[in-house]
Design a protein around this ligand. Structure first.
Ligand code: ZN
Length: 246
């Protein structure tokens, strides 16, 4: 997972969503809202195609799923499920791009702790605040929060809902990306600090970072494995500059 910047919608699409939400709210108030039918009829319109196109643009040329970053983002996902939160079904900040598998695992699940959502929204926050990565198995797990002296509840719920710790193809994809990132840093280290041009290095790293692992590799946890530990110890200045431009 990685932090994703939400783009602005084209005005026509935004206006359409707003109108559909007002109409859906009215129907809901009168007890006549058929959520699935309403969404299906909207989904086939041009403005919703613009919504999909905007979500895909946010994910770059590979158009990956915003949750797992491993598979193609096939459809619009309601972060807060429309079946439970119909008042959010046409709200742009509630819409994500999601693969078939993540969509199936998530379904209408939306764990809460009091008023706090326990699922990570990658368009609002940095997932690595709550998640950890195992460089041996390639699995994603909850992060151990040293301040709380406990595992991140948000991380645990997200891993559990999306089954991020038991998807073989996903783990293999993350490990492959880790290898690519490691190769680039290893090559840069061979040249020494003087030869490391941070903007060039970061561009190279970002180009291969299909799974958003750079945020983990350049974190305190990434510092524990080679070659990121070498980069941190031998070239702390370069490390800091890289972190600033993630
Ligand atoms: Zn996915």
């Amino acid at each position: 997972m990685r932090r994703i910047q939400r783009a602005a919608l084209p005005k026509v699409a935004q206006n359409y969503l707003s109108k559909r939400q007002v109409a859906a709210n009215d129907k809901h108030k009168n007890g006549v809202l058929n959520i699935e039918r309403d969404w299906k009829s909207a989904r086939q319109t041009k403005p919703l195609k613009a919504v999909v196109a905007t979500l895909q643009t946010m994910m770059g040329p590979r158009q990956r799923c915003m949750y797992c970053l491993d598979s193609h983002g096939a459809d619009i996902e309601h972060f807060r499920p429309k079946a439970v939160y119909p008042k959010r079904m046409y709200e742009w900040p509630n819409l994500l791009l999601c693969c078939t598998e993540c969509g199936r695992f998530k379904g209408n699940k939306f764990p809460m702790s009091g008023k706090q959502a326990l699922l990570i929204d990658p368009t609002r926050e940095d997932p690595w605040k709550y998640l950890d990565f195992d460089p041996v198995t390639g699995n994603i797990s909850a992060r151990f929060d040293l301040q709380l002296n406990d595992w991140s509840a948000k991380g645990m719920a997200t891993v559990d809902v999306l089954k991020l710790d038991r998807r073989e193809a996903l783990s293999a994809g993350y490990l492959k990306t880790l290898r690519h990132l490691s190769d680039i840093v290893e090559r840069a280290l061979l040249g020494g600090a003087v030869a490391i041009a941070v903007p060039v290095l970061m561009t190279e790293l970002k180009n291969v970072d299909d799974h958003g692992l750079l945020g983990w590799c350049l974190s305190d946890r990434g510092q524990t494995i080679y070659p990121f530990n070498d980069l941190h110890q031998r070239h702390p200045g370069v490390w800091r500059q890289c972190r600033r431009t993630i």
